[in-house]
Design a binder for this molecule. Structure first.
Ligand code: CU
Length: 148
């Protein structure tokens, strides 16, 4: 005994509509995912820094102390959105400026200072602590933002 299937024109149309809906749903979902990924890519790149300290004692008992940004040099791309998260570890207070980028702020012990910027011009921009400026003032506490 054999079975004969009769497929009507209407069933073929229904099948095409269902197949098209499945394909469109798949395309939409993958497009939606790729949009999320590119959304993440356009957010600022986070770079973490800490305030560090070198401390030692000379042979005659004199204490030497120098504060530093760590890492001392960060490299970013021109036009790239950057978020610096500077964590205060050593030293109570570090008021700072970044010459050429118009940035200023203060990093205090146990807190995170957030600085956002997008550099439009290539160059090297010093991060200067206004308290620890040179060896006599427990510095130089200077770091560099290199924009390439
Ligand atoms: Cu400082």
């Amino acid at each position: 005994m054999s079975k004969i299937f009769i497929i009507s024109k209407r069933q073929i149309q229904l099948f095409i509509v269902v197949a098209a809906l499945i394909i469109l749903t798949g395309v939409y979902l993958s497009w939606d995912r790729s949009r999320e990924v590119s959304g993440q890519a356009s957010e600022a790149r986070v770079i973490q820094l800490v305030t560090g300290e070198y401390k030692t004692e000379t042979a005659d008992g004199k204490e030497l102390e120098v504060y530093r940004w760590d890492p001392g040099t960060i490299i970013v791309n021109k036009g790239e959105a950057i978020e610096l998260q500077i964590n205060g570890v050593n030293g109570n207070s570090h008021p700072f400026v970044v010459e050429g980028l118009g940035l200023r702020g203060e990093v205090t012990k146990g807190k995170t200072t957030i600085v956002r910027f997008t550099a439009e011009k290539a160059g090297t921009y010093p991060i200067l602590c206004l308290t620890h400026t040179d060896m006599r003032n427990s510095g130089p506490m200077v770091g560099y933002i290199v924009v390439q």
